[in-house]
Structures are given as structure tokens and as C-alpha cells.
Design a binder for this molecule. Structure first.
Ligand SMILES: C[S@@+](CC[C@H](N)C(=O)[O-])C[C@H]1O[C@@H](n2cnc3c(N)ncnc32)[C@H](O)[C@@H]1O
Length: 666
């Protein structure tokens, strides 16, 4: 039996007990709360099987022994791996467990010291102190290690203070007088010797340009001030440019309404901020999640993780999708009192064809529940019967919340209260919202074998690590020739223009299918099945060819009359100096366009040289200018444009998340 079949089986088993009459009755219901009430008894009959909390003292002890052996053999990466495993599984509910945990962390700090990751040594020593059960007899060891790190970082004052601390801690060391004297001499020796200045070899996580908030939108705070959101009865809400945008401008920088790490990455990426970590901080209660810092651990445990600690492993073990985990997170991250307060306001919207105008806060922010609650669900297209499946899933998620203590201690699985019905109906709505609006969160990883994308060699892959809900980005519609590229810094989403955009034009996102690599029929089917719309973007309407079928000798030049959509196709050896436009009758001289494009003969090789030399900022600038020129003097589709966009994508995504051990090779 595959993992995914457990959840599937749960849903099918529950649905299988419904009679035809039940289903008909369900279909005639128009209120989500009624849907939950009708199905609760049926869905509740399927048991939830708790999962072991993943903590294991014996496994942690073994990991320590194996880590110590590897450390002694100078196999630092492997030792780190062993200590990390021990830290994650080590129980923290007994003094013995906590003591072992501090020893594992302290030993890990010794690895980081050898690897010259000095700041990580400081973090681990703080972690040891925060756990609090480190044997006093060993304290001098961590202070000595810390003092040496300060020495290496040339921080004399702190080094002196910490050497003193190491010496004074020796009074707790279980050493005879002679050994103590020897240790003191050792510490003094190390203090005198002073290490050579040595830079920290930690990877610094890049910070994106902080230029956006100076340009912030007053209403949609995560968007650039020159983005506005338009509405059309068929297209729904979508983004437009208020002013011209050049290539490479950050137009959205958004923190997620909620973000969840996938099960496969749960022990590699922080549950709170999504950063890849080589130095996990363990959850106090479970061995199923890690954090990148004590700060993230505290914030997560004050909110969602205190419930999800029990609920999420059950959910993932059952093979439920990440959207289910996000639907749950949208509740677990807020106290249930928050939703009770909203009940009066939101209740009417939990029925079909609600005619009320959506509640709109003055400021559209990703942390505002209203912004998430009113995202598109395509409810007019959904078949009523499909909600049976979704309602059963919502009930399962509600029961997980009950089981994890979200509603307090005294709960009954076989009874559903009105408060619980309301929460389940919100979850039912979340599931529908997430179907159309969730985004991938990713990080760069090295490829074992290089890949060729659009004729360009590529040394990295953008790997899915989880998913998030970004209420501002979720307002952008799709095109198979998008206007933007996105990447993550932690769980933040950064969105940049990947071509120049004129004032008034729609700013398009991409939902996966790109015209350069997927043929039109496949794109149409994918978008229809997944997002329930027919794509009429320019590449779909004009049947643009795949990249591999484009003629590199062909250039398209736009008619020079303003706003005339006509374009001429020339071949690189054409010498015809002008064209008569069939559409507007005007005359277009081709030499101004060719002259404009001729600038690329110098710019592109220079940009390529800078790119190869690793001068990424300068290369980025030149590629951005080149793309603006290509769009000014020619029209897509065109292989050169795609190649420059490919380079820019590579440069942009390298400003975002990378796996902790990523080696940059552009
Ligand atoms: C993430 S939402 C985009 C924002 C949405 N238009 C709204 O009103 O909130 C995705 C949904 O928007 C609609 N959509 C997106 N791109 C579209 C397009 N190019 N043409 C028509 N509908 C589109 C589809 O209904 C799709 O399921």
C-alpha cells in the first residue's frame, strides 16, 4: 500500500458509506456549515491513527557515539550528519534527554569550529545554554571554543572575557589539581598564541534589493506603487502596470499568509522561515520538524507548531497533499478566538452564490485573513458533487485539530460542536482557495549532470521545498509568455519583471506551462485541468513555435506607427529598406530597428564575458539593458530574447534561496 493511499482510502471509505439519497441531499445544500454537519458522522467513523513523536533516546545515544568516532577520524561532514540526527530525535522531556542533547549540540559546535563556521559555533553554544542541562564539569570546553572563535574573528575584547570565563569554569571540572593546572596552562597558551585572522566560512544568505518599500503601493503593500489591480467579469482580478517598467524591477515582495515545508524537506528546511539549514534546532516535542534558529523555534511553537507537532506527521504519513497541510496551517497559526470573532462577519460568505460584496480591508496585506479568504475559488465552475470529497477532507483536518488540542483538552471525536463546524467550513473554503492560489517555495540545488534549457547549459535546479499562499501574487493572471520571474528568500516571494512592460499592459504570471518548452495543446489541457480556464495569451493565439523550432535567422520588427500591432518578419540577409504595413498602411523603415539591435553586437558578448567571470551584478545590468533593447526594436518570439531571459532568470534566482551546501557555478 502506498503512503498516498491511506488518505485516499480514508476519503473513499467515508464517501463509500453514503447512499445516493445522501449525495443528492448533499448536492442540494448551499451552506458549507450544513455540508460539514451532514458528513461529520460518516467521516468521523474512520479512525485517525496517531504517529510516534519521533523522539528516541537510544537512537540519539547511538548517533552521539557514531558522531564522535567520525569526528575523531576528521570526517567532519559525516560527523555533522550524525550529530544532527541525534539532536533531532533526542527527547527533551527528561533531564537525561536534555543533558544528552546539550552534549550533541556542543559536539556539533566542535565540528563547526573545525570547519571555521565561527558564527555557527556561537549559535550552538547559545543553544546549549538555552537547553540548560549541560554538565557544569564540561562548561570550560564551550567557553574555550567560543574564545578561540572570537580570536579568529579578531574580537580581542570578547576573546579575553571568554578566556576568563573558561578559566573560572574550571572550578566545576572534575579534575585533580595537577590536571586543572595543566588545563589552565593550555588555555593561557591558546590565549597567547592568538589565531590568525580568519574569515567566517558561513554562507551568507542574500538579501534582495530593499528598493521596493520606498516604492510601495499604498493599498497593496506588497506590490510596487506602479502596479494596480484591475477586474474583468471573465478574467477576474489581474495586475496591470500604471507606468512603464524596465526589465529586472522588483514589483512584488511578499511574506506568505502561510507557508509549509514539504514532508521530504521537513528535516532540512526551517518549518518557520523555510531556510535550508545545516544546523537544525530540534522541536522540543517531536522529531518530525526542524528550525534554523532558536528564534524560529520559539515563534513556531508559540503558534502553529504546538498543534501541528502532533497533527502534521499524521497528515503527511497519510499521504495528504501540501495544500491540505496549508489549509490546516491557515487555522493553526491563529488562536481559535480569532475565528470566533470573525464568525459574524464571515458566516454569510460560507454559502453558495452569496450576493454580499466581499469585505475589503483598506490595506491589502498578506497577513490579513480577509485577503486570503476572498481569493478566487472558481465556485461557479465547481460541480456540487465534488464538494463531498473536499468536505470529507475538511472534516479529517478538523479532527486532527481537535486531536492536537487546538480546541482545548475536553473534546469528543464523535460529537461536533457549532464552533468546530464553523472552523471546518473555513477549512473547506481554504482547500478550494489553495487549489488555485498556492505557490511553490523553492531553493537552488546543484545538479549532478548539467542540463540544457533553451540552448543554454544549466548547472542548477530550482527545487521545490514547500508551498505558500501569497495573497498579492495570487491576483496575477497567467500567460505562457510571462512578464515576471519569481524566487524566494526564506519564505518571502520576490517577483521581478523579465521584460519591459508598458503602462496599461497586463502583468502576467506563469502557472507552469511556458510556450518555449511545451506545445500549445499540452498547455491548454494543463491549464484547463489545473486552473479551469482557457488560455488566450499571445503565444497561444498566434501559435508561437517551441524554442527548438525557432529560426535563429528570423527577426520580427514592429510597425513604427504607435499602437499598430502589425509586425514584419525579415531574415538576417534581407536588405529591403522599408515595408508598407498591410494593417495601417504606414511605412516602416527597417534601418532604425537594425541600428538599435546592432548595439547588441557589443553588449551581449560583454555581458557573457562578465557572466563567465562571475561578475553577476554587472552582467545582470547589461542583460537587462539588452532585453530592453530587444523588446524596443524587435518582437517576440525570438531566440535571442529567450536566451537573454534565461540568463537573467539564472542571475535573479541566484539572489534567492540556496541549499546550505550549494556551490555556485554559473
Ligand atoms: C491565482 S488566480 C488569479 C487571480 C484571479 N483572476 C482572481 O480573480 O483572483 C487563478 C485563476 O484566475 C483565472 N485566470 C488566471 N489566468 C487567466 C487567464 N489568462 N485567462 C482567464 N482566466 C485566468 C482562472 O480562473 C484561474 O483559476
Amino acid at each position: 500500500m502506498t503512503k498516498s493511499s491511506i488518505f485516499q482510502k480514508y476519503c473513499e471509505k467515508a464517501i463509500g458509506t453514503l447512499t445516493e439519497e445522501d449525495v443528492e441531499k448533499f448536492k442540494s445544500t448551499t451552506r458549507d456549515e450544513e455540508r460539514i454537519r451532514m458528513l461529520y458522522g460518516v467521516a468521523q467513523a474512520v479512525p485517525i491513527t496517531p504517529i510516534n513523536n519521533g523522539k528516541d533516546l537510544k537512537q540519539a545515544q547511538e548517533a552521539k557515539i557514531s558522531g564522535n568516532k567520525l569526528f575523531a577520524a576528521k570526517k567532519y561532514e559525516e560527523a555533522l550528519h550524525a550529530y544532527n540526527e541525534g539532536i533531532v530525535v533526542c527527547p527533551q522531556d527528561t533531564d537525561d534527554g536534555r543533558e544528552l542533547l546539550t552534549i550533541l549540540i556542543s559536539n556539533r559546535s566542535a565540528v563547526f569550529f573545525e570547519q571555521e563556521h565561527f558564527r555557527k559555533v556561537f549559535d550552538d553554544i547559545d543553544y546549549v545554554i538555552a537547553v540548560g542541562n549541560y554538565p557544569p564539569k564540561l562548561h570550560y570546553k564551550i567557553w574555550l571554543r567560543k574564545a578561540k572563535c572570537y580570536d579568529a574573528l579578531q574580537n580581542e575584547k570578547y576573546a579575553e572575557e571568554t578566556y576568563n570565563l573558561a578559566i573560572s569554569s574550571l572550578k566545576h571540572a572534575e579534575l585533580d589539581e595537577k590536571s586543572r593546572e595543566k588545563k589552565i596552562a593550555e588555555i593561557q597558551e591558546s590565549r597567547k598564541k592568538k589565531r590568525k585572522a580568519c574569515p567566517d566560512k558561513n554562507q551568507i544568505i542574500p538579501i534582495s534589493n530593499a528598493d521596493l518599500f520606498a516604492n510601495g503601493n499604498r493599498e497593496y503593500v506588497a506590490a510596487h506603487k506602479n502596479v494596480y489591480f484591475d477586474f474583468d467579469p471573465i478574467l477576474g482580478r489581474f495586475a496591470r502596470a500604471l507606468e512603464d517598467f524596465d526589465t529586472g524591477v522588483i514589483i512584488v515582495e511578499e511574506t506568505p499568509h502561510c507557508a509549509v515545508i514539504s514532508q521530504e524537506n521537513a528535516l532540512m528546511n526551517c518549518q518557520f522561515c523555510c531556510i535550508s539549514t545545516q544546523q537544525p534546532v530540534a522541536c522540543r516535542n517531536c522529531g518530525h520538524a526542524v528550525f534554523c534558529s532558536l528564534n524560529c523555534e520559539r515563534q513556531a511553537n508559540l503558534t502553529f507548531h504546538k498543534y501541528e507537532c502532533k497533527a502534521q506527521p499524521v497528515l503527511f504519513h497519510a499521504g495528504a497533499s501540501i495544500n491540505c497541510a496549508m489549509a490546516l496551517r491557515m487555522i493553526s497559526q491563529k488562536p481559535h478566538g480569532f475565528f470566533q470573532q470573525k464568525k459574524k462577519l464571515l458566516k454569510d460568505f460560507l454559502k453558495d452564490n452569496c450576493k454580499k460584496v466581499p469585505i475589503k480591508s483598506q490595506i491589502y496585506r498578506s497577513d490579513d485573513y480577509n485577503a486570503a479568504f476572498f481569493l478566487c475559488r472558481n465556485e461557479h465552475l465547481r460541480k456540487k458533487g465534488e464538494l463531498v470529497h473536499y468536505s470529507v477532507m475538511a472534516i479529517y483536518l478538523l479532527r486532527l485539530l481537535k486531536f492536537s488540542g487546538y480546541f482545548g483538552g475536553n473534546i469528543k471525536d464523535d460529537v461536533v460542536t457549532e464552533e468546530e463546524v464553523f472552523i471546518a467550513s473555513l477549512i473547506l473554503r481554504h482547500l478550494q482557495i489553495l487549489q488555485f492560489n498556492s505557490h511553490e517555495i523553492s531553493e537552488l540545488r546543484n545538479l549532478n549532470e548539467e542540463m540544457v534549457t533553451n540552448g543554454i547549459q544549466c548547472h542548477y535546479k530550482s527545487e521545490y521545498i514547500g508551498a505558500g499562499l501569497y495573497p498579492t501574487l495570487a491576483l496575477f493572471n497567467h500567460s505562457c509568455d510571462p512578464s515576471i520571474v519569481r524566487y524566494n528568500i526564506g519564505n518571502r516571494m520576490i517577483v521581478r519583471t523579465i521584460k519591459p512592460i508598458k503602462a496599461g499592459e497586463i502583468i502576467y504570471e506563469n502557472y507552469g506551462p511556458l510556450y518555449t518548452s511545451m506545445d500549445a495543446d499540452e498547455r491548454r489541457v494543463t491549464l484547463q485541468n489545473r486552473y479551469w480556464f482557457e488560455c488566450y495569451c499571445t503565444p497561444c493565439q498566434q501559435e508561437w513555435p517551441l524554442f527548438e523550432y525557432m529560426d535563429p535567422n528570423q527577426i520580427k520588427i514592429g510597425c513604427q506607427k504607435e499602437n499598430c500591432p502589425f509586425e514584419f518578419t525579415l531574415y538576417k540577409d534581407d536588405l529591403c529598406p522599408y515595408f508598407q504595413c498591410d494593417y495601417c498602411d504606414g511605412v516602416t523603415k527597417i534601418f532604425p530597428s537594425l541600428k538599435g539591435l546592432s548595439q547588441l553586437a557589443i553588449m551581449l558578448p560583454k555581458a557573457e564575458d562578465l557572466y563567465s567571470a562571475g561578475e553577476t551584478r554587472e552582467a545582470m545590468k547589461l542583460f537587462m539593458q539588452s532585453l530592453d533593447i530587444l523588446y524596443k526594436y524587435s518582437r517576440p518570439p525570438c531566440p535571442d530574447m529567450i536566451k537573454v531571459q534565461q540568463r537573467l532568470k539564472t542571475l535573479f534566482v541566484h539572489l534567492g534561496n540556496k541549499q546550505y551546501n550549494y556551490v555556485q557555478k554559473l
